[in-house]
Design a protein around this ligand. Structure first.
Ligand code: ATP
Ligand code: MG
Length: 422
């Protein structure tokens, strides 16, 4: 990917109304474009991050047996009346067709998935089942703010599981919880788990996954050593007390909810009259679980958790590219040709070995190019200049480090490979 060909450009400064790091940097670096309040388009660099996060989520959902599908975002009013939520969900976007018929724009998908699964599922032998999708959701949020953290249109992964047996549901729920923690870890962030609704596990389990950040909306008591956290709305612990899980001191902080899993029991299956035939021909109640991840919010939360005053610092697993090559301008045409050629060779070698490269070969000033590299936040920056060429080397600097050092041309590939694999 050549920077000169990227249609998006970085901006000198962030939009004046951007208060949070994600709103600032994602827009300034051209990762997202604000269409209106709480509504963002994802641009090439941002989309690469979003897609990588999706891939991680997909792998972990498939690993616990989730089957992917893609539901309609346009939902029938009748189904929302059936579950008695048409008038109860204040964030529900309602629209009217020219025929006068009304629809909902999906804020979640129980009203679609429950009757859909019902149409295929008749016997206890058809269950358990877990299905999921990664799809745009719509919510008429009164305060759409904090960049992509709270949108009116946003990307969510939502999984729904169906069971005839409560114990089987609880076991799957535990598996989903573990999968969630793996997802966040693989995305390079540490998520805390809060137990919602004061929940005694066996009754009505419900957990939220929180990333600690000053931009978060939730007040938490959390442990920085393990995943323990409590929402202060329900907290039984106080800051300064020892963590019940690991014994380290608890702290008060703020978090943003990046995932939520909960027990729907038979709330929706009862509403649609969805039962199956049991072993003896009897009707069996179906229990449902619901498992959400705010995919676009997660990307924003990662920026909140990982940035400095100059820009974003992407974890390697989800960065828009592995390496940012910056070719500096030379004094004369001949040297310029030589460093361009050397850069091209480095790039070719990396790309042909599966390394993703963003190559800044523009004629902009050094200052601009270095500022852009920091803003965009690719984990590794490699500079090729007249000076490094004289040494037969490139200048190597990780985004997280302040010091750079030289690496010989012939060693670049191997070192990048081990950097990426670390
Ligand atoms: P919140 O409490 O933040 O309003 P919620 O509890 O209503 O969220 P869920 O219905 O559990 O959210 O949705 C699943 C996930 O989708 C949430 O954990 C969150 O990460 C994400 N999410 C919810 N609302 C939004 C939004 N308006 N913008 C972006 N992501 C959202
Ligand atoms: Mg929630």
């Amino acid at each position: 990917m050549k920077m000169s060909q990227l249609f998006t450009k970085t901006k000198k400064s962030a939009p004046a109304d951007a208060e949070t790091a994600n709103a600032k940097f994602l827009q300034q670096a051209g990762f997202v474009y604000q269409e209106m309040a709480g509504v963002y388009s994802w641009l090439p660099l941002g989309l690469r991050v979003l897609r990588k996060v999706e891939t991680i989520i997909r792998q972990e959902m498939n690993a616990i047996g989730g089957q992917e599908l893609f539901l309609t975002a346009l939902q029938s009013k009748e189904n929302w009346l059936t579950t008695q939520r048409w008038d109860d969900v204040d964030v529900l976007f309602k629209l009217q067709s020219q025929t006068g018929k009304e629809y909902a724009l999906g804020p979640t998908a129980e009203e679609v998935i429950t009757p859909l699964v019902q149409s295929f599922t008749h016997s206890y032998k058809d269950l358990p089942l877990a299905v999921y999708q990664i799809q745009t959701k719509f919510r008429d949020e009164l305060r759409a703010k904090s960049g992509v953290l709270r949108g009116r249109e946003f990307l969510m992964k939502d999984m729904y599981s169906f069971h005839t047996d409560r114990q089987n549901f609880l076991e799957f729920y535990e598996k989903a919880k573990e999968a969630y923690l793996r997802i966040y870890e693989r995305c390079g962030v540490s998520a805390k788990v809060t137990e919602s609704s004061g929940g005694s596990f066996s009754k009505n389990p419900s957990h939220e996954f929180q990333i600690e950040t000053a931009a978060g909306e939730d007040d938490l008591i959390l442990c920085r050593n393990c995943t323990f956290a409590q929402n202060t709305e329900i907290a039984t612990k106080q800051s300064g007390e020892p963590c019940p899980d690991c014994g380290k001191e608890l702290a008060a902080s703020k978090g943003i909810e990046v995932g939520n899993i909960f027990d729907l029991s038979s709330r929706f299956t009862d509403a649609f009259g969805f039962t199956v035939t049991g072993e003896e021909g009897e009707k069996k109640t179906i229990y449902m679980g619901c498992y959400g991840i705010g995919v676009s919010r997660l990307v924003g939360s990662i920026v909140e958790a990982s940035h400095d005053e100059r820009g974003m610092i992407w974890p390697k697993s989800i960065a828009p590219a592995h390496v940012h090559i910056t070719t500096l301008n030379a004094k004369d045409k001949e040297s310029q040709d030589r460093i361009m050629q050397a850069s091209e060779e480095v790039q070719e070698k990396l790309i042909s070995n599966g390394i993703e490269v963003l190559w800044d070969e523009r004629s902009n000033s050094i200052g601009e190019k270095l500022a852009d590299a920091d803003l965009i936040g690719i984990p590794l920056r490699i500079i090729v200049s007249e000076k490094t060429l004289k040494e037969g080397s490139v200048e190597w600097k990780a985004r997280t480090e302040t010091e750079s050092h030289l690496v010989k041309f012939e060693d670049v590939l191997e070192q990048v490979q081990s950097f990426v694999a670390e």
